[in-house]
Design a protein around this ligand. Structure first.
Ligand code: HGY
Ligand code: MN
Ligand code: MN
Length: 587
């Protein structure tokens, strides 16, 4: 079916073609068609989402209850609709083991008893190739713990995903570049520092062997895509350059980071490297040259995990690499200088990385949102307005070790008590502003004993807000509280500020191009700030920047193995970026 047919054919002709999109609920299609014409099938999809959203809770429950149970009794009675039948086959649910079948059944039953509606999951999964029975069992176990209201929305999210896959089949819409980007990220995730195979998780910190493997993988794929130059610079960034028609043309820079936090997801950073690479692959295969060069930077370090030198890689490009960072040691006592030498990098060449901004038109970055906004909005893409500013501290508290049994509560100098009080104050203070955040992500009592009052403890603080004044007001109050706790409890705090980066409003001109690129897809433009930090906020210091966000699944969870994004959403990000590149003109 073409868009023209969707917009012009009679309802009577269209309904049979769109039958079965929403299980036994063609009224959603009918009511949505009443709002024709649609600029694209994306707009039509969103129209159906809105039709259902406006119909209210009773309509949602009727629809949810119209869905077949996964391999439940319904399957045996073979009353599954044709679509569900084929979908369950694709997921390999038709051939799960006896214990998997048993687990699915008991989970189904527990779910039905708790929520009084069937468990619904888009069994074709984020890549469209089908979830394994294990994936589904883990999803059921996780979702069983949710509240009923949350699960009603989660069921609807999965129903819309099922509809999207069914509609794509009917209109023969494929996501070749989205699939390629998805698969590249899957392949890159094989390189990791945590070899605990039972607990499959992803950790890639600066200049580790896994980090080197990632750099080589990215460089190899860049060469295959047709970049004219591929190189690795003195801090480990992998840089691909795709020349313009005119060799004297300036460059648009794009990219993101490939290092990760510990136990990370697969898409944070990496999506922003592979999306532009897929664009170059497409341009090269068509022999298309742009009126500007395209420089794709795979930043080697953004997360500040191995060394407290966050945004180290983008800082090298802005000429803000701090030579003192070279002396920093990691948890094994290896200095950054030694790590660079072992990796084959020459710190003397770092100064050469600084970009001559007269050669650049600006910086754009594609990144997963890493939050729940787009997911809850049921929108695939978002236009970033500004990147929140943040400050980070590494801290130590020195109290007095003494006997847990004999030391009266009022005479203690307990490092843990002091930090616990501070942690709750941080939460309380951040909650006072609508959009400030304060996090104590690291906390440890070295050589602690169960029957000894902790003398020492280490912790971290990460404080962020949409503007620097608001951020600094939160920090100020927290530092005052630390003083008050320290005096009252007679413990000593030692703080080191490891990061202070300003909020970075996105460039309005570049945002206009992203806006038009999103509208070209027939999508409404949804704008939002970025709570997460990005390389763009460092590059912001030397050139205009703007970002495109891609929806995260599982409520946009990130810095967590549950981080997920569909290849269809990645396809839209690719198409939006291609629109941007085809529209953008050097001013
Ligand atoms: O912490 C952040 O915002 C990013 O992941 N570095
Ligand atoms: Mn991150
Ligand atoms: Mn990131």
């Amino acid at each position: 079916m073409t868009l023209d047919q969707l917009n012009t054919q009679s309802i009577g002709q269209l309904l049979p073609l769109l039958q079965g999109l929403y299980e036994h609920s063609d009224w959603i299609v009918e009511q949505t068609l009443a709002r024709r014409p649609f600029k694209s099938f994306e707009a039509f999809k969103h129209g159906m989402i809105q039709t259902l959203q406006h119909a209210g809770e009773s309509a949602w429950l009727t629809l949810i209850k119209a869905h077949p149970e996964l391999t439940g009794k319904v399957a045996i009675q073979k009353t599954l609709t044709a679509e569900s039948q084929s979908e369950q086959q694709k997921a390999g649910l038709a051939n799960c083991t006896a214990e998997e079948y048993e687990a699915l059944h008991s989970l189904n039953k527990a779910y039905q008893e708790k929520f009084n509606f069937p468990f619904i999951v888009a069994v074709r999964g984020p890549r469209g190739l089908g979830l394994t029975p294990q994936d589904i069992i883990q999803t059921m176990q996780r979702r069983l713990k949710n509240t009923r209201d949350f699960e009603v929305q989660e069921a609807l999210q999965n129903i819309h995903r099922i509809v999207e896959l069914r509609l794509h089949e009917k209109i023969d819409r494929k996501s070749p570049e989205g699939d390629l980007i998805w698969d590249w990220q899957e392949a890159l995730a094989q390189y990791t520092e945590t070899q605990d195979l039972n607990f499959k998780n992803l950790t890639v910190t600066y200049l580790s062997p896994a980090h080197k493997d990632c750099a080589e993988f990215i460089a190899e794929r860049m060469r295959e895509c047709g970049f004219d130059e591929v190189s690795q610079d003195a801090v480990g960034n992998v840089v691909g350059r795709y020349h313009a028609q005119d060799p004297k043309a300036r460059y648009l820079m794009t990219g993101s980071h490939f290092d990760t936090v510990r136990n990370a997801g697969k898409y944070d950073g990496r999506l922003g490297i592979f999306c532009p690479m897929a664009c170059v692959k497409t341009l090269f295969s068509k022999g298309v040259r742009l009126p500007f060069g395209l420089e794709v930077v795979a930043f080697a370090e953004e997360e500040g995990q191995r060394y407290a030198a966050t945004f180290l890689a983008s800082s090298a490009l802005t000429g803000q690499f701090n030579p003192e960072w070279l002396a920093q040691e990691d948890k094994d006592g290896i200095s950054m200088k030694e790590a660079m030498a072992a990796y084959g990098l020459n710190p003397d060449e770092i100064a050469l990385i600084k970009r001559d901004t007269s050669q650049y038109l600006g910086f754009i970055e594609v990144h997963i949102e890493q939050g729940p906004v787009l997911y809850n909005q049921k929108r695939p893409l978002g236009l970033v307005t500004s990147i929140n500013g943040s400050r980070r501290f590494i801290a130590h508290v020195q109290g007095v070790a003494s006997h847990a049994g004999t030391t009266p509560m009022k005479l203690r100098h307990d490092a843990v008590g002091a930090i616990a009080e501070l942690a709750l104050f941080m939460e309380e203070r951040a909650l006072k502003d609508a959009d400030s955040v304060a996090t104590m992500g690291m906390l440890e009592v070295p050589n602690g004993s169960i029957n000894v009052i902790a003398a020492r403890a280490h912790f971290s603080m990460d404080i962020r807000a949409p503007n620097d004044a608001q951020r600094d007001a939160v920090v100020e109050d927290i530092l005052n509280k630390i003083k008050e706790i320290s005096e009252r409890r007679q413990v000593e705090f030692k703080l080191t500020e490891s990061l202070k980066i300003s909020a970075a409003p996105c460039d309005t001109q570049l945002m206009k191009h992203w806006q038009a690129a999103i509208e070209d897809l027939g999508l409404e433009v949804f704008s939002l700030p970025s709570g997460a930090g990005h390389d763009a906020m460092k590059i912001h210091d030397i050139m205009p920047q703007a970002m495109l966000f891609v929806r995260g699944l599982n409520s946009g969870i990130s810095h967590n193995p549950l981080e997920s994004s569909s290849s269809d959403d990645m396809q839209l990000a690719f198409e939006a970026m291609m629109n941007f590149l085809m529209r953008f003109r050097p001013s």
